[in-house]
Design a binder for this molecule. Structure first.
Ligand code: 13P
Length: 270
């Protein structure tokens, strides 16, 4: 049984002391869960101090971005090599990186390859914009983003990675919190099927069953159960909700309850 993975993407929020306070509060609320993996993705600046503060039985760290060259004259960048000892995961291809910072398929592919080369697990984000959804292009967009990003990887490397389905139109940005659309669980289910089918076509059954698929886009304590119960979903990638210790720790509790319930169901193969 795969663990449920909850990744809190703090985006460009929280300075060092605010981040430390949030981790302190989360640590008080979150127990050691064997079947739920809790990952925090703070800003680059905060990774180092948090790596000393976190209880590693409860939390792992992720970076929100990195550059694909291992070192060199690349002002302002941090490489995957530099992150090796600090993080388990790096988020790659987030829609904000694609749309605000103009990252293209090629750059994202190079980042995924550099991530794997440096022994870090990529969390590859893919998802359609509102216009692409209206034009019924979701499957094509997911196919193109996924295929190009993993094209340098082997089947085993793909099996070990994480893919996050993040429909751009469902991501809250603070300003649109009350007005934007929320993805329905059946829509998420369709997208997850498309993703696993693409992995199957490219890398075979084993990889399509092993790869972990997350959902991200306005997930919170209220809707976490509905998304986590979507067949084929292995976890969530909340943004806004991960900044609130009560909200995020409640999501961890929900994930733990779902895992316990799954364990109680006898496995047909046994
Ligand atoms: P929200 O949960 O704030 O919509 O953000 C989702 C996201 O982009 C996580 O990477």
């Amino acid at each position: 049984m795969r663990k449920i993975l909850l990744v809190g993407n703090w985006k460009m929020h929280l300075n060092t002391s605010q981040a430390s306070l949030l981790v302190h509060r989360l640590s008080e609320r979150i127990k050691i869960h064997r079947d739920v993996e809790v990952v925090l993705a703070p800003s680059m600046l905060v990774l180092q101090p948090l790596s000393m503060q976190i209880d590693r039985r409860k939390f792992r760290l992720a970076a929100q971005n990195a550059y694909y060259k291992d070192e060199g004259a690349f002002t302002g960048e941090v490489s995957f090599t530099m992150l090796q000892d600090l993080v388990h995961y790096v988020i790659i291809g987030h829609s904000e990186r694609r749309h605000v910072f103009g990252e293209n398929h090629r750059l994202i592919r190079d980042k995924v390859s550099a991530c794997v080369r440096n022994g870090i697990t990529p969390i590859l984000c893919i998802g359609e914009t509102k216009d692409e959804r209206t034009a019924k292009e979701t499957s094509r967009v997911l196919h193109d983003q996924l295929t190009s990003a993993v094209s340098d990887l082997t089947a085993d490397e793909v099996s070990n990675m994480v893919i996050a389905y993040e429909p751009v139109w469902a991501i809250s940005n603070g300003a649109n919190y009350a007005t934007h659309e929320i993805a329905k669980p059946d829509e998420v289910e369709k997208a997850v099927k498309v993703i696993r089918h693409n992995v199957y076509e490219l890398y075979g059954r084993k990889a399509s069953e092993a790869v972990r698929v997350l959902y991200g886009g306005s997930s919170n304590a209220e809707n976490a159960r509905a998304y986590l119960e979507v067949p084929g979903i292995d976890g969530l990638l909340p943004g806004g909700a991960s900044l609130n210790y009560h909200e995020f720790s409640t999501m961890v509790d929900i994930a733990d309850k779902i895992q316990s319930a799954r364990k109680d169901i006898p496995d047909g193969n046994e």
